[in-house]
Design a protein around this ligand. Structure first.
Ligand SMILES: [Mg+2]
Length: 261
């Protein structure tokens, strides 16, 4: 599990200022988590939508990094497209179980991988008032935002399905999720980095949650820059932290201004 691996991780945070560490956009590959990173988390996930300022920012970044920009989310590709429409970006969905590369090729994990767990998870959620099931096909997310006291119970229940090699449990902010074990954000970023236009560039990745830790670790291995959004005192693989979504946007706008002639 990610949490136990974090407990043995040395603090990877750098003392070089973030602004000096980020590669120039002309040679950078940019990877962003969505919720809690580019966009504030909302009580209802369907309420999250890309605002005009963020769209302009992404379009500017895309131009200056020659398209080497991807979203790396726990949402489905369809969910990502709903938020960012009319932009259709290179994206990884379901924590790595779905991927659309820069050429538009889509790969999705088989949703039948959840078939033996689906009915039992639905029953568990229906018998625990306040829990919400989000069935994303190849992953099953149990949200406990309205009942934080049920978080540990939901986690223990989902862990019953992951003793083998096929399924794993991903923890997040007020959510636990059953997902195919073979995919994670880190391996998805590494895969995209072997394809154009990402190949040969220096990557940076911005995320905020436990699911992003595999991404931070992968970025560190490749020699990129990993940045966690949120509390600076949390143990993380990320080399840098930024306090909130607004400070990330400000950093990106400064980067964009520096890239413009
Ligand atoms: Mg997030």
């Amino acid at each position: 599990m990610i949490q136990s691996s974090l407990a043995t991780t040395i603090d990877a945070r750098s003392h070089v200022p973030l602004e000096g560490a980020l590669p120039a956009l002309g040679r950078a590959a940019l990877f962003f988590d969505v919720d809690g990173t580019l966009l504030e988390i909302q009580p209802e996930p369907d309420d999250v939508v890309c605002d005009a300022e963020l769209r302009a920012l992404l379009e500017g970044l895309l131009t200056h990094c020659q398209g080497a920009l991807a979203l790396i989310s726990g949402r489905s590709l369809d969910g990502i497209d709903r938020i960012f429409s009319p932009l259709k970006l290179t994206a990884v969905g379901l924590h790595g179980a779905e991927m659309r590369d820069a050429a538009g090729n889509v790969r999705r994990a088989d949703p039948h991988i959840m078939d033996h767990a689906r009915a039992a998870v639905r029953d568990f959620v229906e018998t625990h008032d306040g829990l919400v099931l989000e069935d994303k096909g190849a992953t099953l997310a149990v949200h406990y935002r309205k009942r934080p006291d049920l978080g540990a119970q939901a986690l223990a229940f989902l862990l019953r399905f992951s003793p083998g090699d096929d399924l794993a449990v991903q923890e997040g902010k007020f959510v636990v999720e059953l997902k195919p074990a073979r995919y994670d954000k880190g391996s998805a970023i590494a895969t995209l980095m072997r394809t154009p236009p990402f190949e040969g560039r220096t990557p940076d990745f911005f995320g905020d949650d436990l699911t992003d830790e595999t991404g931070f670790a992968a970025i560190n291995r490749i020699g990129g820059v990993s940045v966690r959004i949120g509390d600076a005192h949390v143990r993380t693989h990320a080399q840098y932290t930024l306090p909130d979504c607004a400070s990330l946007r400000a950093t990106l706008w400064r980067r964009l201004r520096e890239a413009r002639p």
